[in-house]
Design a protein around this ligand. Sequence first.
Ligand code: GLC
Length: 449
Amino acid sequence: MSNNNIKRKCRALMEEFILDNTQLLEINRRFLNELNRGLCKKTHDQADVKCFVTYVQDLPTGEEIGRYMALDLGGTNFRVLLVTLKAHHEADIESKTYAISQEIMTGPGVDLFDHIAECLAVFMKEQDLIDEHLHLGFTFSFPCKQVGLTKGYLIRWTKGFNCPGVENEDVVQLLREAIKRRGDINISVVAILNDTTGTLMSCAHRNKNCHIGTIIGTGCNACYLERVENVELFDSPPGKPYVIVNAEMGAFGESGALDFVRTEYDRIIDRNSMNPGKQIYEKMISGMYMGEIVRLVLLKAIEQKILLPKGGKQIKNLAKPESFETRFVSEIEADNEGEYTNCKKILTDFGFSKPTNEDCAEVRYICECVSQRAAHLVACSQATMINKIDEGHTTVGVDGTVYRLHPRFNEYMEEKMKELVNPNIGFNLMLSEDGSGRGAALVAATVTD
Ligand code: GLC
């Protein structure tokens, strides 16, 4: 096939990934509708986007002080942190990452919480904190129905976790019990929070305009500051006009709102996942799935003889589910224009001998279409939230491995947001620094003050 022909065929294959503004504006409209359904008492139970109340109503002033422990479960890594808030918007953080094996991720809930408590104890011993009584903020990044700052019932596992015995249980209680079973540390769990809330709080610690917290990492979600009169399921104490709402927007699309833009690859990913039918928006965006989408498209392109030789060991390697990691997408797009150093290395590691520049150009194009679609889909929900908040200027705190590691995600997202946010509203994206740690400490600090 001639180069031009290859290019043409590859463009045609990827066409369905390119969403135009008419489609994106329709997604905006549907997303806003879902947000409102989540907030309203009458429709909450049926809504895809649940808009859970976080019970966090005070944003940090920057003058918080004190030492707090934090746990961060639900991202790429599990971490234990010691956070020292030092006023003047400053904080010191000591942290350690611990592995969570596949076995623990899908084994009994008790084992998961025992493991967490053990890591906490090991960390405290190492930091010489074993004799201290500290308050802890638990960043638990899964959908939870909270009934207070220290009570959160897990609605469902997401992102490959599936430990029996935790759904519908209060995870704070499970953590407290595991700590008690050990009996060697003196910790009070004073708050449970989502990673998006942590991100919002940590950015608001430095910038008071930050009213949205977004994660584009293993999963994808956002929270925002909503007026209490719009949150029908929340009975706010007097004098507190706002509350942070955890949208759990990864679930958007479960009732079919995204079917008009989903591709066959999205459907395969969903079918083969641990939670079919769930987290539809998240599966089109987040790091847990992005590499897998690219892998499926590559296989299709090879099958259609659009690129790379057919047959042989390399196809067997690529045919292995999850063999194409999301970080490869970032690495391929990080190659300088016209150079394919990372791309060639990745393809050669799969066993493709001597990939040509033409092949690499198409592989890169496929990656760009997939990551750009993800960024544009995120832009839709972000613009909707900014327009809904409707302030002169909103800062969006953002974190997550995809956002951090992908060389152009920020650019793709911001460009599209400029087109979707109402022209009279200003916005900026702010990279969060350790939201799950500093944010957890800040929430813990608002409780104990
Ligand atoms: C998943 C979780 C959500 C979390 C997000 C990012 O969507 O359900 O709670 O915020 O991943 O980690």
